[in-house]
Write a new protein. Sequence first.
Length: 290
Amino acid sequence: MLELQQLRVDRPLGPRAQQPGKWGANVAPILQDLSIQFAEGEQVAVIGPSGAGKTTLLQVLACAVRPDSGTLTWQAVQPWRMPRRALQRWRGQLFLAPQTPPLPPRQRVVTAVLAGRLARWSLARSIASLFYPTELEAAQAALHRFDLADKLFDRVDHLSGGERQRVGLARALLSDARLWLVDEPLSALDPHRAQQAMASLCGEARARGVTLVCSLHQVEMALAHFPRVLGLREGRLVFDLPATAVTPALLSRLYAQHESELLDPPQAEAVERVEDAALFNPPEVPLQCR
Ligand SMILES: Nc1ncnc2c1ncn2[C@@H]1O[C@H](COP(=O)(O)OP(=O)(O)OP(=O)(O)O)[C@@H](O)[C@H]1O
């Protein structure tokens, strides 16, 4: 179980106060009053207009951003109560895929993907892998899930933005993490690739029993691929519902004054749910966000 209770994250409105970690009174909330539970192996999408706090929420779940108040608990442990080194080791159990994967430009794809193994490898093995990559079959299989098997030895800076984004996702498949936190994985992908990538990511998470929390701008993808959807707006939880219960009216309210990010919401009802990635036949994309 992964749980947030009464969580709040602030951002400074002025210069930082004297005390380390404190912003003084001159703050505004990025996230507030967030109480959410994620069951082991659950797949949850987070949607909401730009600036709603989706990325910050994932960073909090990844213990990359420390909450200003409230608690984060995972597997009965409150990680921020751990000593620093223990917290660093503990972070090895989760995988955070940022929207733009941090891939060194001259690196080979194989090395970039095998970086998913770093939490499991010793320092010596990690360094050796930079020069003599091992576990090529595992890397190739992960790339294959994202239709990139032929790119194994290409240089990262020779890939398109969408290919780089898929390499970042393939890296998750090499990790032993029990929690995948994926931030806007489809922003550089065309609709067909986006459908494929989403089906692969959700299919792999389901097969491994991994907990997956994914922020998305593409509402139709969230509704089609995820059993549960969180709607976030101005740092607050607007709804936490099964995807089948998310109505066009709720979406309109969530994106009020941000309608350009949610075109044609009534067609959301037409989105078919995808239960089996192998049988998936990409439907037309009725909504276009961003
Ligand atoms: N380190 C920071 N310092 C100050 N403000 C921040 C910081 N990080 C985020 N914010 C602010 O918090 C708000 C939420 O940002 P966040 O990136 O979490 O939203 P988002 O929903 O992921 O947005 P988008 O969909 O545009 O990526 C924004 O107003 C942003 O400017």
